[in-house]
Design a protein around this ligand. Structure first.
Ligand SMILES: NC(=O)c1ccc[n+]([C@@H]2O[C@H](COP(=O)([O-])OP(=O)(O)OC[C@H]3O[C@@H](n4cnc5c(N)ncnc54)[C@H](OP(=O)(O)O)[C@@H]3O)[C@@H](O)[C@H]2O)c1
Length: 377
């Protein structure tokens, strides 16, 4: 199974005949970050023009919606042929361009006060070159365009995947925990997010947010994949299924990103945007089977077995040069089984943020949206 994070939009990325970029650089630690003073309540802000990259995606569309609800002018960077119906309805200025095209980014950032950089190669399959070009180089382009356009505030959307595979016995993980370590072989998504953060840190007027697994209506990948895995009878509960899941509603992440982008003391800072782990893996699967009118999943797979099987499947698919992932990947398994010990105390104290949507309600809503928008599914 492939939950939403790092799954995905692989077909959108063009291959070039350029030489392969270097493999990910060696692990490194986050630089120490000074604790800013909280600046108190959030007073009404003057209108500011925001550019959203990845505006047609899950998170970008929620940021666009919330900014428009707040009466803010929004420009969305959209690729030719992307589905822009929602953005048009919201009154977002559509700016056709591509993160790979520095010229289009240079024009899109003109006159912009804030850039919400959500666009990335969000998938769990492909060669390093695809991640490097789709996430690291595109972020370099965004930073370069910002520099050339009067240094707007850059809100960069990273991920808790920058920590690699961390175990629950490490206790609470805060934003100073070293990034770029504990990545498994071929964890290109996590590594590309580490390198993108490094690029962003060289730009002074930035803030980084690191969400966990984002879900909600408009999710183009994880819900369909969960539904497919259930309907095909391939889904197993990993381990006991009693582990809480680190799922966070897209609208909550959008609210956190907007708070972070508008908090003066958040410049140069990174924030986790995660949930408290309200539901377990077992409960999530039950919500899905209930919603789909299917029998409860009774079959379990021990975690180490699932991990080894996924590794062997990935190795086989890679050696065959397959362009699509195997039914189970280690990233999917890790997301369903990873600990929820990512502290959100910093976002709570400095931004006044916490997730508001109850996961049970959010999951039901997301599944209903999926079933109503995919009637034949
Ligand atoms: N989903 C998660 O669970 C999760 C968790 C943690 C962090 N994140 C991060 O959150 C951000 C947003 O993720 P998401 O879930 O919203 O992803 P998504 O729904 O797959 O959206 C990705 C967006 O990026 C755009 N995009 C990709 N390559 C582009 C390019 N070369 N030029 C212009 N636009 C491009 C896509 O445009 P098209 O519509 O044209 O494809 C789409 O709008 C990403 O940085 C991701 O790494 C996601």
């Amino acid at each position: 199974m492939h939950p939403r994070e790092e799954t995905g939009t692989a077909t959108q990325v063009t291959h070039t005949s350029e030489p392969s970029p270097p493999e990910p650089s060696p692990p490194e630690s986050s630089p120490p970050q000074a604790s800013p003073e909280p600046s108190g309540a959030n007073p009404p802000r003057p209108k500011r023009l925001s550019l959203i990259t990845g505006a047609t995606g899950l998170l970008g569309s929620y940021i666009a919606e919330q900014l428009r609800e707040q009466g803010e002018p929004v420009r969305g960077l959209v690729r030719t042929g992307s589905d822009t119906r929602l953005l048009s309805k919201l009154g977002v200025e559509l700016f056709e361009g591509d993160l790979r095209d520095l010229d289009s980014l240079g024009r899109a950032t003109q006159g912009v006060d804030t850039v919400y950089h959500c666009g990335a190669f969000v998938g769990d399959w492909g060669p390093w070159q695809q991640y490097f070009e789709g996430t690291v180089e595109t972020t370099r382009n965004v930073v370069e365009a910002c520099r050339a356009s009067g240094n707007p505030r850059l809100l960069h959307v990273s991920s808790i995947s920058v920590y690699g595979q961390v175990s629950a016995d490490r206790g609470k993980i805060d934003e100073d925990f070293p990034i770029g370590q504990h990545h498994w072989l071929w964890d290109y998504y996590g590594r590309s997010k580490v390198e993108a953060e490094q690029v962003v840190r060289a730009y002074p007027n930035h803030t980084i947010v690191r969400p966990s697994w984002i879900y909600g209506p408009r999710d183009r990948v994880s819900i369909p994949r969960l539904v497919d895995a259930l309907r095909s009878g391939q889904l197993r509960i990993m381990g006991s299924g009693r582990n809480p899941l680190n799922m966070v509603y897209a609208g909550d992440v959008a609210a956190g990103a907007i708070l972070a982008a508008n908090e003066p003391a958040a410049v140069g800072q990174a924030y986790h945007l995660c949930s408290h782990g309200e539901i377990t893996q077992r409960e999530l699967v039950d919500l899905f089977t209930e919603g789909l009118g299917m029998p409860r999943v009774e079959r379990h797979a021990p975690m180490p077995v699932a991990w080894s099987v996924a590794f062997l499947a990935e190795a086989a698919f890679r050696s065959l040069g397959r362009r699509t992932p195997p039914p189970f990947t280690r990233r999917g398994i890790y997301i369903m089984g990873r600990p929820t010990n990512f502290s959100i105390a910093k976002a709570a104290e400095q931004l006044g943020w916490e997730p508001r949507v109850k996961t049970r309600e959010g999951v039901r809503e997301a599944l209903q949206w999926y079933l109503s928008t995919h009637p034949a599914a």
